[in-house]
Design a protein around this ligand. Structure first.
Ligand code: PLP
Length: 395
C-alpha cells in the first residue's frame, strides 16, 4: 500500500533524534539545567543582527510581490551574481551568476547533485566518519554509498583504502570539511591528494569523477586551519554551500550549488541540476532569504563562541583521560569511547545525563560525537561528570 522504504525512513527515528527526545523527557523530570545535551548540531550563536535588520528592511521597503513571488528556478539573478562576486573575492575564482544555483540549504543541494549525476549502477564514495544523511540521500536517487573506513589518528584520509574503493562505477566522491562529526579540517595536502587520485582514476576509466564538496561549516574553521577552496584544486567539483551554520539560519533553508566553468560539460551538468531540482519539487529557494543573502553574502560569521566552547570541552575531555583530536573547525568533537561498544558507552553516559551520540551512525564505531554548539555554562558544569564517567571505566 505504501513504500516500505519510505515508511521505514519516516518512522524509524535517527539515533540523534532518539537521544534528543530522551533528553527532553529527562529535562521534564529533573530540570533543564541538569541535562547535558550534546546531541544536536543546531547552531547556538544568535542569528546576526545584520541578517535580521536586512530581512526587516526588505519587508518594509520592497513591494510584496518582489519579496514573496516565485523566482526563476536557479534563483534571483542579482542574488546569484552577488554570491558569485563574493566567492571570487575570497577565492580568486571566475564565477558569474550563471555558476550559482540557489537551494533550500545544503541537504537539498547535495541530493540535487546526486540526482543530477546519477546513471544506473553509479556509486558515491563517502569518507568515514560522515554525515549519516548521505546514505538516504544517495539511496533516494538509486545510487550505492561506498564508505572509506576512518583514519582515527587525525581524521584525515586513508588513501590506500580510498584508491581501492574507486571503480569504473564511481560517479562522485563526497567531501565534508570542516567535518561533521570529527571536527577535522582536511589539509591542503589532503585535498591535493584527493584531486591527484581522482584525476588518475578519471584517466584510467575514461570518464569524469565528480567531487561533491559539502560545505555548511566552511566559515567555522579555527586559528591556524584554513579550508582550501576545492574548485581551485580539482576541476570537476560541485560546491554545496549553506547559510544554516554560518549565519545561524537552519530553519530558513537557504544555500546554493556552485558549478565552476571548468566542470566537464558545464552546460549539461547545470541543466541536469535544474532537472533534478525540478523533479525533487524545488521550484525555487525561499525568496525572502534569497534577497537577504544577496545583500549579506560578504558579511562575516561569528565563530568566537564555538572557539571558546571547543577549547573548553577539549581540555576538559583530555583532562578526564579521553583520547581526542583537537578541534579544528565545525562544532563537534569525536573522542574515543571508553569501551569498544560505542552504543553501550553512550548508554552508560546517560547515567550522568550526558547525552552523546555513538560513532557507529557516522561509520566510525568505537567513537562518539559531542556537539558543543550549546551554552558554555552547560559545558563547564558537564566537565566533572565526564570525569566521573571516565573513572567508572578505570575501576
Ligand atoms: N551536511 C552536513 C555535514 C551537515 O552537518 C548538515 C547539517 O547538520 C547538512 C549537510 C545539512 O545542512 P542544511 O541545513 O544546509 O541542509
Amino acid at each position: 500500500m505504501v513504500s516500505q522504504k519510505m515508511y521505514e525512513l519516516g518512522t524509524k527515528k535517527s539515533t540523534i533524534r532518539a537521544i534528543f527526545e530522551f533528553g527532553r523527557k529527562r529535562a521534564a523530570e529533573v530540570g533543564e539545567e541538569n541535562i547535558y545535551d550534546f546531541s544536536l548540531g543546531n547552531p547556538n550563536v544568535p542569528t546576526p543582527d545584520f541578517i535580521r535588520d536586512t530581512a526587516i528592511d526588505i519587508l518594509k521597503t520592497m513591494e510584496p510581490d518582489k519579496i514573496h513571488g516565485y523566482t526563476v528556478a536557479p534563483g534571483n539573478p542579482a542574488v546569484r551574481a552577488s554570491i558569485a562576486r563574493s566567492i571570487n573575492k575570497r577565492f580568486g575564482t571566475d564565477f558569474e551568476g550563471k555558476n550559482i544555483f540557489l537551494t533550500s540549504g545544503a541537504a537539498a543541494a547535495i541530493t540535487i547533485c546526486f540526482k543530477a549525476l546519477f546513471e544506473e549502477g553509479d556509486e558515491y564514495i563517502a569518507f568515514a566518519p560522515f554525515f549519516p544523511e548521505y546514505r538516504p540521500f544517495v539511496e533516494s536517487v538509486g545510487g550505492k554509498l561506498v564508505v572509506v573506513p576512518p583514519n582515527p589518528a587525525d581524521w584525515q584520509i586513508d588513501f590506500d583504502a580510498f584508491a581501492s574503493r574507486i571503480t569504473e562505477h564511481t560517479k562522485a566522491v563526497i567531501v565534508n570539511s570542516p567535518n561533521n562529526p570529527s571536527g577535522a579540517v582536511y589539509s591542503e595536502a589532503t585535498i591535493q591528494r584527493i584531486a591527484d587520485t581522482l584525476r588518475a582514476k578519471e584517466k584510467a576509466y575514461g570518464h569524469p569523477i565528480f567531487l561533491v564538496s559539502d560545505e555548511p561549516y566552511r566559515e567555522i574553521a579555527y586559528d591556524g586551519f584554513t579550508v582550501p577552496y576545492i574548485p581551485n584544486y580539482y576541476e570537476n567539483t560541485l560546491v554545496c554551500y549553506s547559510y544554516s551554520k554560518s549565519f545561524s539560519l537552519p530553519g530558513e533553508r537557504i544555500g546554493y550549488i556552485a558549478v565552476p566553468n571548468k566542470v566537464a560539460d558545464f552546460g549539461k551538468v547545470f541543466g541536469a541540476i535544474a532537472g533534478a531540482a525540478r523533479v525533487l519539487t524545488h521550484v525555487n529557494a525561499p525568496s525572502l532569504w534569497q534577497l537577504v543573502i544577496g545583500r549579506c553574502a560578504d558579511r562575516p560569521s561569528n565563530i568566537e563562541k564555538y572557539v571558546e566552547n571547543g577549547q573548553l570541552l577539549y581540555r576538559g575531555l583530555i583532562d578526564a583521560g579521553f583520547e581526542c583530536v583537537q578541534p579544528q573547525g565545525a562544532f563537534y568533537l569525536f573522542p574515543k569511547a571508553l569501551e569498544s561498544d560505542d552504543e553501550a558507552f553512550c548508554e552508560h553516559a546517560k547515567k550522568y545525563d550526558l547525552l552523546l551520540v555513538p560513532g557507529k551512525d557516522f561509520g566510525a564505531p568505537g567513537y562518539f560525537r559531542v556537539a558543543y554548539c550549546i551554552k558554555t555554562e552547560t559545558i563547564k558544569k558537564s566537565l566533572p561528570l565526564f570525569k566521573k564517567l571516565a573513572e567508572d571505566y578505570k575501576k
